[in-house]
Design a protein around this ligand. Structure first.
Ligand code: DGL
Length: 277
């Protein structure tokens, strides 16, 4: 079914399953709004790739979402936001975008120890967006950064509680905690799915910041200010479309396990830098 035949959907994308942490918050904040989600699992992970490559993928996905009638695009990926958010805004000036940036501001404002751990992928740490967030908001707070190598792949494979995931997180967090970190910023949308493990390792005195609810509120504000009215919460389930450039069965399983959703998943293919069904 073509989403553009109904109310225009909100387009959401990520390299894989991570953006589902944002989709979950969007569904809670905007019940009944049609959504279309694209997981670029043919290219996951984005984090270690050059920013220009991630930018090209992000443009191809955005073009596809706009062709499907998307009224707003949520870049539910810190790496893609770092690589592409500003170029997406200038390439597609008619479309409003909501992007992700590590939540350094609320972390720095609330950290009592003035030591904050930031977990994100290499692309996010390299991008100008992160440098600007640090410059504007770190405010004398010490930021301890780590790219958690292998964690995105482990979450993609469903290893939310696996021994490997626990080892990666413990190796990352223990030195940060020893240096006094009292706040952990999740600068990758995959990571909220391992919050229970992070909390177990970090203990009760440490605050973990998942930016998804704030991003969903930002999407709501942008829609409220747009010309097309927000769709009222319907009695029937919302229309949602899911696509992957990887394996649809594997993505269906992730939908079930990560956000308890049963939904069909379509297959998309890259032809050069153009995405099509
Ligand atoms: N979920 C993504 C992010 O927020 C991308 C992870 C990856 O593909 O490396 O950065």
């Amino acid at each position: 079914m073509n989403p553009s035949s109904t109310h225009s959907p909100i387009g959401v994308f990520d390299s894989g399953v991570g953006g589902l942490s944002v989709l979950r918050a969007l569904r809670a904040e905007l019940p009944g709004q049609p959504l279309i989600y694209i997981a670029d699992q043919a290219h996951v992970p984005y984090g270690p790739r050059p920013l220009e490559e991630v930018r090209a993928f992000s443009e191809g996905i955005t073009r596809f979402l706009i062709d499907q009638g998307a009224r707003l695009v949520v870049v539910a990926c810190n790496a893609a936001s770092a690589a592409a958010l500003s170029s997406l805004r200038s390439t597609f000036p008619a479309i409003p975008f909501v992007g992700m940036e590590p939540a350094v501001k609320p972390a720095a404002e609330n950290s009592a120890s003035r030591v904050v751990a930031v977990l994100a992928t290499p692309a996010t740490f390299q991008g100008a967006l992160y440098a600007s967030v640090v410059e504007r908001f770190a405010n004398g707070v010490t930021l301890l950064q780590d790219t958690c190598p292998g964690l995105v792949a482990e979450i993609e494979n469903g290893g939310l509680k696996s021994r490997h995931t626990r080892r990666i997180l413990a190796q990352t967090l223990e030195p940060m905690l020893a240096q006094g970190a009292d706040t952990v910023v999740l600068g990758c949308t995959h990571y909220p799915f391992v919050i229970p493990l992070i909390e177990q390792i970090a203990g009760p005195g440490v605050r973990v910041i998942d930016p998804a609810p704030a991003v969903a509120r930002q999407a709501r504000r942008m829609l409220e200010n747009s010309s097309e009215p927000l769709r009222p919460a319907p009695s029937t389930p919302p229309r949602e479309w899911f696509y992957t450039t990887g394996d649809p069965q594997k993505f269906s399983k992730a939908l079930r396990e990560l956000i308890q959703l049963e939904a069909p998943v379509g297959q998309l293919h890259w032809r050069g830098l153009t995405l099509s069904a």
